[in-house]
Design a protein around this ligand. Structure first.
Ligand SMILES: *Cc1c(COP(=O)(O)O)cnc(C)c1O
Ligand code: SF4
Length: 328
């Protein structure tokens, strides 16, 4: 038997990577296979098995399936969609460190993810080999020490929780040498797509950190929040973590008032506040997910009439060169 703290690594390496296997497991038509194979050659398929169990068998339009199934549409060239839509290339302060907004910096710990979301702008990002930890985090620590206005460090990726807990511990030990740091934030999809990752070792690490801790999860649909995810979120809460969620507005996944309403309700039932609803980054390969600004605004306005204000996420878009995400 595996020690409890290594269960997640097993679940991670067991993820489904073969389009044919995905179709078989979900009882989907074989006609989907040639396109899935072609699209997966550009951005590989990857889905943890636990996520698959939340997908309805035989339904090619399942909102969770649409986030992970490679489609021929991804290979189309569409005007206005490109490879670096948010201008990250220009904001790199140190390898892996993005300083775009005042008071907070974003550190990319890994290019890897447990799940490959077909709409993600990271599908083209070249930082797979750029491991900022190679120099023992010294470049990052130096930068923070010379920027006293930075009070919040955001760990991002890829998925920062793909680093194992001893690696995270080494980073946080170094960060204790940055006196003006107040908050540590993690942007991670793992509490929802690989809830095994929220194990005792990670919770012990989180609970002992000297800063305020925030975890921003990424759920797009209420079906992503089942029992295992609820337990992981509750455990994070007990470790003193403030829980927020960001979603991406995606055609065919969550572009209805009902779906967004249920998502907010389900999130809050697990102690998570909706934070952002992002308009899609216009990355090539994702055009078929786009919802027009006009419809996005209409959905958001309607949502405001069905939910208390604190359960309505801010509708925003990331625009290269701006000092914050822009409200629509
Ligand atoms: C989105 C983002 C942040 C965080 O922005 P908040 O509005 O604080 O959530 C920080 N840095 C970068 C580079 C980002 O893209
Ligand atoms: S960065 Fe987030 S949205 Fe993008 S592929 Fe990874 S988990 Fe999905």
């Amino acid at each position: 038997m595996l020690p409890r703290n290594d269960v997640w690594k097993n679940a991670l390496s067991n993820a489904v990577r073969d389009p044919a296997e995905l179709l078989t497991l979900l009882a989907l038509p074989r006609e989907l296979l040639p396109a899935a194979r072609r699209a997966a050659a550009a951005f590989p398929l990857r889905v943890p098995r636990g996520y698959l169990r939340q997908i309805e068998k035989g339904n090619p339009n399942d909102p969770l399936l649409r986030q992970v199934l490679p489609l021929g549409e991804e290979l189309l060239t569409v005007e206005g969609f490109n490879r670096d839509p948010v201008g990250d290339g220009a904001a790199t302060a140190r390898p892996g460190l993005l300083h775009k907004y005042r008071g907070r910096v974003l550190l990319t710990l890994t290019g890897g993810c447990a799940i490959h979301c077909r709409y993600c702008f990271r599908r083209h990002f070249p930082y797979g080999e750029e491991n900022p930890g190679r120099d023992g985090w010294q470049g990052v620590i130096d930068y923070l020490q010379h920027h006293p206005e930075v009070e919040e460090l955001i760990l991002s990726g890829g998925d920062p929780l793909l680093l194992d807990t001893p690696q995270l511990q080494r980073l946080s030990d170094k960060l204790r040498g940055v006196p003006h740091l107040k908050r540590l934030r993690l942007h991670s999809r793992l509490p929802l797509v690989l809830p095994e990752r929220i194990d005792d070792e990670l919770l012990t690490w989180l609970a002992a950190l000297p800063w305020q801790r925030v975890v921003v999860t990424h759920a797009n649909h209420a079906h992503e929040l089942g029992e295992a995810q609820g337990a992981a979120l509750t455990a994070l809460k007990h470790a003193g973590v403030t829980l927020l969620n960001q979603s991406v507005l995606l055609r065919g996944v969550n572009d209805s008032v009902d779906t967004l309403h249920q998502l907010s309700e389900r999130l809050f039932s697990h102690g998570v506040l909706p934070y952002y609803l992002h308009q899609l980054d216009r990355v090539s390969g994702a055009a078929h997910f786009e919802v027009s600004d006009e419809r996005a605004r209409a959905l958001h306005r309607a949502l405001q009439t069905t939910l208390p204000g604190y359960l309505v996420p801010r509708l925003v878009r990331e625009v290269a060169g701006e000092k914050s995400k822009l409200p629509l």
